[in-house]
Design a protein. Structure first.
Length: 536
């Protein structure tokens, strides 16, 4: 969809360019006059200046490795001992293994995640204890609480791993912005002078033109060939500012500083290295303005808008009078875009150096697009860390409530059943013992899921002592009055309790002596008994 949109936009831009260029005509009706190419000089000098200035890349957030690793540290802390022990050289857990291969985990994700797993293993046994890990309370959990929290954290860790894997590759290096700025700066120097390490002081005729310009300027300053005047921004500047050897422009075609040149005449009087350095310096000091993607795009657009048409099949950058670009005042001082008039092609694509500027702009723009995604993923990773910490405390509290019997687990809720079973994903024996259903192909690799047939059977068994009319024949429910209910005790320990019915009982709000006592009832679902047994 994005590619289609980009292609459509590019087609519209090309159509607009073709229309604009078809309407434009040369700016000089007579001979080339002094400073006729002042605008072209300024436009090309912008590229010369940017090649000497600092590139400013958009800021990129690095991956929040700390948040990601904290989630995995909790996941490891709450894992089974046999998994944890894989990371250490012996059971003392003082020294971690050096590689995923040594730990035998290459086929279990170790090749991708070893660095983060190793970090977690080191923090788990660090001395002094990891402060943040200690504050979560995860290391103090055992039994049911540990298994419940482990199930929750495993899901959060999987989510965090997906977030990490979706983090933009461009933003992964810690100095991604700096790297992009450096790469863009090299492209701009290459575009202006040729050579990523070429500066104003080290440029040569050969680097500027991509070789020796052996022909007359009207041959070298055209795109068909291509002429050597299209090779760099500085070469292009020579084509629009350097006069020919006859009928020269008085006081300089670009500015007065370029007056008095030796006319460009074939191989004998072409611009030399010192001439080119002088030409570049005619742009003035580079200054300290920063280079951005927007500035690069603006410079490209400004240059494109200076290209004009004429009564020929060609387009021109600079002043064209007639019969080519010899540099003479009665001919033209320009770059010829051969046979491009009336077409849909962007004439700037015929200047090889412009493609390098385009690439630099695209590199910076990509970071602008990537930045919001990187920021959003980091926010989600931080949220995952918070969620994991909260899950540990929540599951510890729920396990304690269950142990105290405050949740009346006579009938387990669907969510509770699911948690019970998932806690046994690594043991077929424990899974079946908890009245769950084993779905794994191996005895130590589940899943362990709820067995709905046994849930129904257990619910029926729990109610087996009740009569059809609702009056129970066994247990506490056989007592019809509060006095009888209160009298059911052993020594000083109360067996039954007179209270109102609850939502999951046959007669909510009715006062009764139900078979709901956690300590007495012998009809507790086997699943819930197994659930509570995990605590011990």
């Amino acid at each position: 969809m994005l590619l289609s949109s980009a292609s459509s936009t590019q087609q519209r831009n090309m159509a607009a360019i073709a229309f604009i260029l078809s309407l434009r005509v040369d700016k000089a009706a007579g001979n080339v006059a002094a400073a006729n190419n002042k605008g072209e000089h300024a436009a090309l000098c912008e590229f010369i200046a940017m090649a000497q200035q600092e590139v400013e890349a958009p800021h990129l957030e690095s991956l929040d490795v700390e948040a990601y690793r904290r989630v995995h540290l909790l996941n490891l802390t709450l894992s089974y001992d046999d998994w944890i022990n894989k990371f250490y050289t012996d059971k003392t857990r003082k020294t971690t293994k050096v590689s995923s291969a040594e730990a035998g985990l290459d086929d279990k994700g170790g090749k991708l995640h070893w660095d983060n797993w190793k970090w977690a293993a080191e923090r788990l046994t660090a001395q002094p204890e990891d402060t943040k890990l200690k504050e979560t309370g995860a290391m103090q959990l055992s039994g049911l609480a540990k298994k419940m929290a482990g199930v929750a954290i495993k899901g959060i860790a999987a989510k965090a791993a997906k977030l990490k894997d979706s983090f933009p590759e461009e933003a992964l290096p810690a100095d991604a912005s700096k790297q992009a700025a450096t790469a863009a700066a090299k492209k701009l120097r290459d575009a202006a002078f040729v050579g990523v390490d070429t500066a104003l002081s080290t440029l040569t005729q050969a680097t500027t033109f991509g070789g020796t310009p052996a022909n007359n300027r009207d041959v070298e300053c055209k795109t068909q060939g291509p002429g050597k005047g299209t090779h760099t921004a500085l070469a292009a500047l020579a084509c629009v500012c350097w006069q020919g050897n006859t009928n020269t422009v008085t006081h300089g075609v670009c500015n007065k500083a370029m007056e008095g040149q030796t006319g460009w005449n074939g191989n004998s009087n072409k611009p030399g290295t010192s001439d080119l350095i002088k030409l570049a310096k005619s742009c003035g000091p580079a200054g300290k303005r920063k280079v951005t993607a927007a500035r690069l795009r603006a410079a490209i657009t400004s240059l494109r808008n200076l290209i004009t048409g004429h009564d020929t099949d060609n387009l021109y950058l600079g002043t064209f009078i007639a019969t080519g670009s010899s540099g003479s005042s009665d001919s033209g001082v320009c770059i010829e875009f051969t046979n491009l008039a009336g077409g849909a092609d962007d004439p700037l694509t015929k200047l090889p150096w412009i493609n390098k500027v385009e690439a630099a702009a695209a590199e910076l723009e990509k970071l602008t697009q990537v930045s919001p995604k990187a920021q959003a993923i980091n926010i989600q990773l931080a949220a995952a860390e918070t969620e994991a910490n909260q899950a540990v405390k929540r599951d510890a509290a729920e396990a304690e409530e269950t142990r105290k019997g405050n949740n009346n687990p006579t009938v387990a809720t669907p969510a509770l059943r699911k948690t019970i079973c998932e806690a046994h994903n690594k043991s077929k024996t424990e899974c079946l013992g908890a009245q769950c259903k084993w779905g794994g192909k191996k005895d130590d690799d589940g899943p362990c899921i709820v067995d709905e047939s046994k849930v129904a059977e257990q619910t029926t068994q729990a109610r087996a002592g009740e009569k059809k009319d609702g009056a129970a024949s066994t247990g506490c429910a056989k007592h019809g009055t509060k006095a009888e209910c209160d009298a059911d005790k052993k020594v000083d320990k109360q067996n039954c309790s007179w209270r109102k019915g609850k939502d999951n009982e046959p007669e909510p709000e009715k006062e009764m002596c139900p078979n709901g006592s956690f300590l007495v009832t012998k009809q507790l679902p086997v699943m819930v008994c197994a659930f509570v047994a995990l605590l011990f």
